[in-house]
Structures are given as C-alpha cells and as structure tokens.
Design a binder for this molecule. Structure first.
Ligand code: ATP
Length: 340
C-alpha cells in the first residue's frame, strides 16, 4: 500500500518552546492514523506543517505524493482540513457556505450547487440548509466545517480534534460521519485528546507528548504493552478503601490506583478470573460492602498513565507530572471519563 502521508524528523521550535522534537509518521493510503496526546503535545503543529500552513524548522514530509516544502500548492489541492474551531461564515446559510467553497475551487456554478446539496444531505444538514449558520448548534457547525473540507473530494483529510467541545450527542454524530468517510476510502489523520475516539476510529495510533512520539501501534498493541486485565472494585463506603487495598495487594502485579471520590480501586492482576475469585474470597467475612466488582481490559488511558505517569486529564497539571503525586494513589480513570 502506498503512503498517503510520510513525515521524517519534523522539528518545530517557537522560541524556547520545542513544539516538535523529531516526529516521524507514516499513514498508508486509505487508513486512519490517530495522533493522540494531551493539550500542548504538538498535535496541531503536526497538522499545520502537513497542511502547508506552517514550515518545519527541519525534517521532511510528503502528502498525497507532493512535498510540503517544495510543492505546497499541489498538497493543498489534495487535502481537506477541518479544525478545532469551525470556520464557517455566520451570516451565510449552510448551503451558501458550501456553494461558495465549491466556487472557490472552480467547480462551476451548477456543479458547486449540486455538491453543496449532496454534502448537506450526507451530513444530515438538509433541514437547516437554508438557515444562517449562526442559528446552528456547535455540532452542526462542525459537521458543516467538515463538509466544507470535503467539497473538492480530497484523498487526504486532516481532522484536528474534530469533537473537542461537542456534547455526547454531537460527538457520536461526528464519529458516525467520520466512519462513513473512512469506509469510502479517504485517508485520515485525526488528532484527539480522547482515548475513546482514537480507539474507535483509528487503525493505528501514535501517542505524542512534549513533541515526541512516545508509543505507537494499534489500540490493541498499546493495551497489550501495559499488561493484563484490571480488577476494579467500587465500595459502598470509601473509608474501607485502605483496608481493601492492603488485603488485595498480593493479587496485583502493580500497586492499586485508589480513587476515594469514586470509592473505587483499580489494580492490574496477573491471573484474570482466578484473581477475581481470590479477591472475593479475601473480602469474604470482612464486612466490606461492594457496589461493584469486575475485570476489565486496559483502556488507552491506562496506556497513557503507564507511559507518562499521568492520565490525559491530568497531563497539563504540573502537580501530576512524573515525580509529583505518588503514582499508586492516582486513578487511571476510564476512556469514557476522558471524553467528558
Ligand atoms: P491542543 O490540544 O491544545 O491544540 P496540541 O497538541 O495541538 O495542543 P500544539 O498547538 O501543537 O499542541 O502546541 C505545541 C506546543 O507549541 C505548545 O507548547 C504550544 O504552547 C506551543 N505553540 C504552539 N503554537 C505556538 C506559537 N504560535 N507561538 C508559541 N508557541 C506555540
């Protein structure tokens, strides 16, 4: 399979800030790469360089066969870009926004109109087509912005945090749209802070932190890296957590992560179902009341925690940096929590 995106050694500095510190990427045509990282990791910088909006200080990249440095016009003709902030004209209707883009791409008046109608239908914006976009919800604006990126039918699409700031309904609608696009063969580079989103949409995930790639692989590869299943318990009474932590410690391959707020304890275990049975035996007769107990596979949040010592939610918090709070006390959270 040919590579739709190939980047080697991308470096970008802003004064003293090293936004990218040698990033290599390879995205085979027709596949989805999820670039996952917390705020400030360098995701937008990667997208802007590949979309020719920003020059790297060093390194090289080709997108859809064209060099971003020497052939930027060719690159621009072959890509679509939809960003964190929907770039739609508030005073134009949805139809007018897309029609205008079609004309800018020299599609011709009737082809531009037809493409606008087609995309409005595809993105479930038909009913709102003739309303000014200032009356649209955040999710509708994002869908319109994405539709705008697709007017010229580009083979390569960049989506920079397509669901950041959307409510859960807007997010699942967007996922739906993206999945249909990908089924149609578009190559996609998607940036996200949401592990759940990368897990759902990406064929391959690159985890980036402080401008460096810290891991890559399929979601399953990454989860395997952090080992086996997790035993998860929720207690009726949070004050019993220290006792339970101590009691169950021999079953864990690592110290438990305890979250008093959720009255929960999460611990990697080696023996899967046997560990669950052992835990129940150990708790029997202690008077500890369980609201819930179960085994679960590691999430990408566990992966991030294990790679960086931080969850994606706490990645911006200096107090949570490696060497900050003791790791065993931090709760790995859940992918669902990450998307909230
Ligand atoms: P977010 O999720 O917040 O968009 P990101 O992963 O996309 O984050 P970037 O926007 O690529 O991160 O930023 C990477 C680093 O470069 C950050 O430390 C950021 O503060 C810095 N940076 C980005 N743009 C500029 C700029 N124009 N001037 C100075 N520093 C910048």
């Amino acid at each position: 399979m040919s590579d739709a995106i190939l980047a080697r050694g991308l470096v970008k500095r802003y004064g003293d800030v090293v936004a990218l510190n040698g990033v290599d990427l390879r995205v085979p045509a027709g596949s989805v790469l999820g670039l996952l990282g917390p705020n400030g990791a360098g995701k937008t910088t990667v997208v802007r360089i590949l979309a020719t909006l920003l020059r790297a200080d060093s390194g090289e990249a080709t997108v859809a066969g064209a060099d971003v440095r020497t052939q930027p016009a060719q690159v621009r003709r072959r890509i679509g870009l939809s960003g964190q902030y929907a770039a739609v004209d508030e005073y134009l209707t949805g139809f007018e926004n897309l029609d205008m883009i079609g004309r800018l791409y020299h599609l011709g008046a009737s082809a531009a109109r037809a493409r606008a109608r087609e995309l409005l239908a595809e993105f479930r914006l038909e009913d709102a087509a003739d309303r000014p976009t200032r009356t649209y919800s955040g999710g509708m604006r994002r869908r319109l912005d994405l539709a705008g990126a697709l007017v010229a039918d580009p083979p390569v699409l960049f989506l920079d945090e397509p669901t950041t700031g959307l409510d859960p309904r807007g997010r699942t609608d967007m996922w739906d749209v993206i999945q249909r696009l990908v089924a149609g063969g578009t190559t996609l580079l998607l940036t996200t802070q949401y592990l759940e989103e990368a897990d759902l949409l990406a064929d391959e995930i690159v985890v980036i932190d402080h401008g460096r790639i810290i891991a890559q692989g399929t979601a399953d590869d990454l989860k395997r890296q952090v080992g086996g299943e997790r035993l998860e318990l929720t207690l009726a009474d949070a004050t019993r957590l220290p006792q339970v932590e101590q009691l169950l410690a021999p079953l864990g391959t690592e110290p438990a992560a305890v979250d008093p707020g959720r009255r929960s304890l999460l611990m990697p275990v080696a023996q899967g179902p046997a560990s669950l049975a052992d835990a129940l035996r150990l708790l029997d007769g202690t008077g500890v009341v369980l609201d819930d107990i179960g085994l679960r596979r590691p999430t990408l949040d566990d992966v991030f925690l294990s790679l960086t010592g931080r969850t994606t939610q706490t990645a911006d918090d200096p107090a949570a940096a490696p060497g900050g709070a003791p790791r065993a006390r931090r709760h790995a959270g859940s992918a669902e929590g990450g998307a909230a």
